[in-house]
Design a binder for this molecule. Structure first.
Ligand SMILES: [Zn+2]
Length: 186
C-alpha cells in the first residue's frame, strides 16, 4: 500500500472523464488499497481514483463515524440509474478543494449500479449522506466538481483563490475556521 498525492484544484486532470475498469486484477486491488490509505489519511469519507491521478472509474468510501468500526465500500464503474424528484441540501466539501464548503442541492435518493472489486454486478439504493457522497464521487469520475453546482460568482472566486495558491506553491488559506473537517466528502 502507498499513500498517494491528492490532486488539488485547478489540476486539469480533475476534469477528465475516467475510463471504465475492464480488468479485475492485482493492479486494481493495488489501486483500491492505495485509495483507502490515502482517503483515511486525508481524512475523507470518499475518494475517486482520478483524485489520485488515475482516470479509472473507481470510488472508495467509508461513512463510519469516529467511534464506529470502519465500513469500507468499493464501487467500480458506478452509475446512477434512478434519482428521486425530492431534493436535499448538504454542505459539501472535497479533498481536491480543501477547506472550502458550500451547500449543494441534489436528489435526496439515488439507485446506483456498480461492480464490486471482483467484478460482480451490484445495486444499491441510497439516501442521506450515502446518496450525497455517491453522487459527489460519481461526478468525479465524469470530471464534475461540486463547485459546478454553486453560483458562477462563488465558483470563480474559489477557483481564483486556488489558482493563486498553486502559482505560489502554497496551500489555500481557509475562509473560516468554524467548520469541521468531517464535511470533506471526498
Ligand atoms: Zn470531491
Amino acid at each position: 500500500m502507498a499513500l498517494r498525492d491528492i490532486l488539488i484544484l485547478p489540476d486539469k486532470k480533475l476534469r477528465l472523464k475516467s475510463e471504465p475498469v475492464k480488468q479485475f486484477d492485482k493492479s486494481l486491488r493495488g489501486l483500491i488499497d492505495d485509495m483507502f490509505e490515502t482517503m483515511y489519511a486525508a481524512p475523507g469519507i470518499g475518494l475517486a481514483a482520478i483524485q489520485i491521478g488515475v482516470p479509472q472509474r473507481v470510488v472508495t468510501m467509508d461513512l463510519a463515524k469516529k467511534d464506529e468500526p470502519s465500513a469500507p465500500l468499493v464501487f467500480v464503474n458506478p452509475e446512477v440509474i434512478w434519482k428521486s424528484d425530492e431534493r436535499a441540501t448538504y454542505e459539501e466539501g472535497c479533498l481536491s478543494i480543501p477547506e472550502y464548503y458550500e451547500e449543494v442541492e441534489r436528489p435526496s435518493a439515488v439507485k446506483v449500479k456498480y461492480l464490486d472489486q471482483d467484478g460482480k454486478p451490484q445495486e444499491i439504493e441510497a439516501t442521506g449522506l450515502l446518496a450525497t457522497c455517491l453522487q459527489h464521487e460519481i461526478d468525479h469520475t465524469n470530471g464534475i466538481l461540486f463547485i459546478d453546482y454553486i453560483s458562477k460568482l462563488k465558483r470563480d472566486m474559489v477557483t481564483k483563490r486556488f489558482k493563486k495558491a498553486a502559482k505560489k506553491g502554497e496551500p489555500v488559506k481557509p475562509l473560516s475556521e468554524d467548520k469541521e473537517p468531517s464535511h470533506h466528502i471526498g
